[in-house]
Unconditional design. Structure first.
Length: 643
C-alpha cells in the first residue's frame, strides 16, 4: 500500500513539474514577444525623402530603398530602356514612364506618398516590358520594419513552446511502431455517389478528358500564340493556375489526386491497352519489366533538376512550355510501348516525384479496410486484375500499402476488389511520416531523402530568383548569356545535391553525437529525419505559390478572352487591367503559413524521434539539433518574404 502511495506521489509530482515547466516556458515566450514588439516600434521624426529610381529590364536601381514611418516620400521615376511602371504593394499606388522611340529626352514620373505603414513592401513593374516582366521587383523598407525580427522570434518561441508541450506527453514506441497511428479516418466510399463514380469503368477517362482539352490548348497557344508570357494562356494556365492549384489544394488535400486526372500519360496508356475505357487482356508493345536496380526515384530527382535548370525559360517563354508539354506526352507514349504499365509516372515523371513525396502529408489516402481480409483472400485481383479492371499499373500491392508515396489513385483496385475491401479515406494529414520504416513493407532510402532536400532548397532558390530584388540572379535564370545560365545551372544542382545535404548532415551528426547511442546508425538518422522536411518544404512552396497567385492571377482574366494573344475578346475581358490581389496581406499570410509549416515539422521531429530511439532521453536530445535546423530554415524563408 505504501509503495502504491509513493508511486502516485512521484507521478503527481512529475506531472506538476511538467505543467510548471510548460507554463513557465509559454510565459517567457509571451513576455519576449511583447517586449520585442514594444522595443521595435520607436517613433522616428518624419521628414521628406526624395529618391531617384531608374528602371531597366528586369530590375530597379536602386533595388531596395529605406524610409521611416511617417516620411513623405517623393520618388522620381525614370527608365533606362523601355516603358516601365512602378506599383507598391500594400500602398496600392503606382506610376509609369512611357518611352517614345526617337524622343530627345526621356520621360520622368513622380510618385508622392506618405509612408504611413511600417514594414517591407515589394514594388513591381506594371507595364509588360519583356519576358521577365512579372518578376521585375524591388523592395521598399519602411522603418520600423519589424516583421522579420518578430516572426523569427515567433519561430524560435514556437519551437520551444511546442517541445515543452509535446515531449512530456510523448511515449517511446520503438520498433515496429504504433499499431494504429491514425487520429481520424472517414471512409469516403460510404458516400453513395462517390462510391458509384470512382467504380465506373470510364471514371478516369471522364476525369482526364477536360484536362486533356486544356493541355492540348496549352500546346497550341504555346507554339502558335504570342510569345509575351503574361498574354499567353500556356504560361498563365500552367505556371500560375495549375501550379497554384497543385500546391494550395490538390497535393495537401488530395495527395496524388493530380495523378488520377493527369492527361499526359493517357495517350500511351490507351495505345498500350488498345482501348480508352474498356478492358482488354492483350497489350500492345513489348511489355518489359522495369529494371529492379531502378526501383527508386533517382531518375525523377534528376529529371526535376534538369527541368529546374531551364525554369527561367519555361515559365516566361510560351514556346518552351508548349514543347515541354509535347515532351511530357511523347515520353510516356514511348515508355508504354517498351515497358509494362505506368513506369513513366512511377519512375520518370519529374512532377510525380515531388507529388509522391508531399502526398505523405496529405489528408487523402487509399488503403484496405481490413488487412486480414486481404491476407485470407487468394485471388489478389487488385494486382492481377479482373474483368472489372486492370491490376495496379503503379506496381503497388494495396494489402501492404501504408504510405501515399507510390499510389497514383488510378482507382483500378477499387473496381477489381471482389471483397470491397479497398477504399478512400479522409484523415488528419501526416501519418505517413511516422509509419515507415518502423513497421512498413517498403524500405525508405536516400532517394526520397534527396527529393526532400531538392524541394526544400528550390522553394528558397525560386523565391529569391523570381520574387527577390536581385536582377543579376534573374539574368542568370533568363539565360542572358550562356555563361550566366551555366552559373545558374551549377547553383541549382550544387545547392540541392551538395550544399543543403551537407548542412543537414552536420545537424544530423550533432543529433547522433548528443543522443549518445550506438544502436541507431547515422544513416538511419539521416534518412528518418529527412521526413521532417516534408511538411516544412510543402508549406514553403505554398508560401511561394501564394505570392505568385495573388499578384499575377488578374492576368488570367484577360487571357481567357484572348488565349493566343491574337486580339480576340471572347468573354469581353481582354482589356481587364492587371491588379494585384491583397498585395499588402500576402507577407502576413506567408508568415502564418511558414510558422504553421514549422509546427508540423517540429511535430514530425518529436514523433520520429520517439519511434527511432528506445529511450526517451535519447530521443529528446537527438531531436534538439534537428529542431534547430528547422527553425534556421524557417528564419531563412522569413527573411526572403518579410526581411
Amino acid at each position: 500500500m505504501s509503495n502504491t502511495k509513493s508511486r502516485n506521489f512521484w507521478k503527481t509530482s512529475t506531472l506538476l513539474k511538467e505543467k510548471k515547466f510548460q507554463i513557465l516556458t509559454l510565459t517567457l515566450i509571451a513576455v519576449t514577444l511583447i517586449a520585442l514588439t514594444f522595443s521595435m516600434t520607436k517613433a522616428q521624426s518624419p521628414t521628406v525623402r526624395e529618391i531617384n529610381i531608374r528602371a531597366f529590364m528586369f530590375g530597379y536601381d536602386p533595388s531596395e530603398i529605406s524610409v521611416n514611418q511617417g516620411d513623405t516620400v517623393v520618388i522620381k521615376f525614370s527608365s533606362l530602356d523601355v516603358s516601365h511602371g512602378l506599383y507598391i504593394d500594400g500602398y496600392d499606388i503606382k506610376t509609369q514612364v512611357i518611352m517614345v522611340e526617337g524622343a530627345e529626352t526621356n520621360e520622368t514620373a513622380e510618385l508622392r506618398f506618405v509612408a504611413y505603414m511600417a514594414g517591407v513592401f515589394r514594388f513591381r513593374c506594371t507595364l509588360t516590358c519583356g519576358y521577365f516582366h512579372p518578376f521585375m521587383i524591388g523592395k521598399l523598407r519602411v522603418e520600423p520594419a519589424n516583421q522579420f525580427a518578430f516572426s523569427s522570434i515567433l519561430a524560435a518561441a514556437t519551437a520551444v513552446g511546442l517541445f515543452a508541450i509535446m515531449i512530456p506527453r510523448s511515449k517511446i514506441y520503438g520498433n515496429p511502431g504504433p499499431s494504429n497511428p491514425y487520429m481520424f479516418r472517414f471512409d469516403l466510399l460510404k458516400i453513395g455517389i462517390v462510391n458509384r463514380l470512382v467504380k465506373l469503368r470510364s471514371w478516369q477517362f471522364l476525369a482526364q478528358y477536360p484536362n486533356l482539352l486544356f493541355f492540348i490548348l496549352v500546346i497550341l497557344t504555346g507554339l502558335f500564340g504570342t510569345q509575351v508570357g503574361n498574354k499567353n494562356l500556356s504560361i498563365m494556365f500552367v505556371w500560375i493556375l495549375w501550379w497554384a492549384a497543385l500546391m494550395l489544394a490538390l497535393v495537401p488535400f488530395g495527395g496524388r489526386s493530380w495523378c488520377m486526372i493527369c492527361p499526359l500519360p493517357s495517350f500511351g496508356e490507351w495505345v498500350n491497352r488498345g482501348t480508352i475505357t474498356g478492358k482488354r487482356e492483350k497489350r500492345f508493345g513489348l511489355n518489359l519489366k522495369w529494371p529492379k536496380k531502378l526501383d527508386n526515384i533517382w531518375i525523377q530527382n534528376f529529371a526535376f533538376l534538369s527541368t529546374s535548370m531551364f525554369i527561367g525559360i519555361l515559365i516566361t517563354r510560351p514556346w518552351a512550355t508548349g514543347y515541354l508539354m509535347v515532351l511530357l506526352i511523347a515520353t510516356p507514349l514511348i515508355l508504354h510501348l517498351v515497358f509494362k504499365d505506368r513506369v513513366f509516372c512511377r519512375y520518370v515523371c519529374p512532377v510525380s516525384g515531388f507529388i509522391g513525396l508531399y502526398s505523405n502529408f496529405s489528408t487523402l489516402e487509399l488503403r484496405v479496410r481490413d488487412r486480414k481480409v486481404c491476407l485470407e483472400h487468394v485471388g489478389k485481383e487488385c494486382i492481377k486484375g479482373s474483368d472489372k479492371g486492370y491490376g495496379c499499373p503503379w506496381f503497388e500491392f494495396p494489402q501492404n500499402m501504408n504510405r501515399n508515396a507510390y499510389c497514383g489513385l488510378c482507382t483500378q483496385c477499387l473496381k477489381t476488389c471482389p471483397k470491397d475491401n479497398t477504399t478512400l479515406y479522409l484523415r488528419v494529414g501526416g501519418e505517413d511520416l511516422y509509419v515507415e520504416p518502423w513497421h512498413g513493407i517498403k524500405k525508405r532510402g536516400l532517394d526520397e531523402a534527396w527529393k526532400a532536400f531538392i524541394m526544400a532548397t528550390l522553394a528558397f532558390l525560386y523565391g529569391v530568383t523570381f520574387m527577390g530584388p536581385f536582377s543579376w540572379l534573374k539574368d542568370m535564370a533568363n539565360m542572358v548569356s550562356l555563361q550566366q545560365w551555366g552559373l545558374f545551372a551549377v547553383l541549382v544542382w550544387g545547392s540541392t545535391l551538395a550544399v543543403f545535404p551537407a548542412i543537414y548532415f552536420v545537424f544530423i551528426g550533432l543529433s547522433k553525437l548528443v543522443s549518445r547511442t550506438k544502436e541507431v546508425s547515422l544513416k538511419k538518422l539521416f534518412i528518418n529525419y529527412s521526413y521532417t522536411l516534408i511538411p516544412m518544404g510543402l508549406l514553403a512552396w505554398i508560401a511561394f505559390s501564394v505570392a505568385i497567385l495573388f499578384i499575377n492571377a488578374s492576368y488570367i482574366i484577360a487571357v481567357i478572352s484572348d488565349p493566343f494573344g491574337w486580339g480576340w475578346d471572347l468573354l469581353g475581358t481582354k482589356h481587364f487591367a492587371w491588379q494585384p490581389f491583397l498585395s499588402g496581406l500576402v507577407p502576413y499570410l506567408q508568415v502564418l503559413i511558414l510558422i504553421l509549416g514549422l509546427v508540423f515539422a517540429l511535430r514530425a521531429t518529436v514523433k520520429i524521434s520517439m519511434r527511432t530511439f528506445t529511450e526517451k532521453a535519447q530521443a529528446v536530445r537527438a531531436s534538439v539539433p534537428v529542431a534547430a535546423m528547422l527553425v534556421g530554415y524557417t528564419v531563412l524563408l522569413l527573411w526572403l518574404w518579410v526581411g
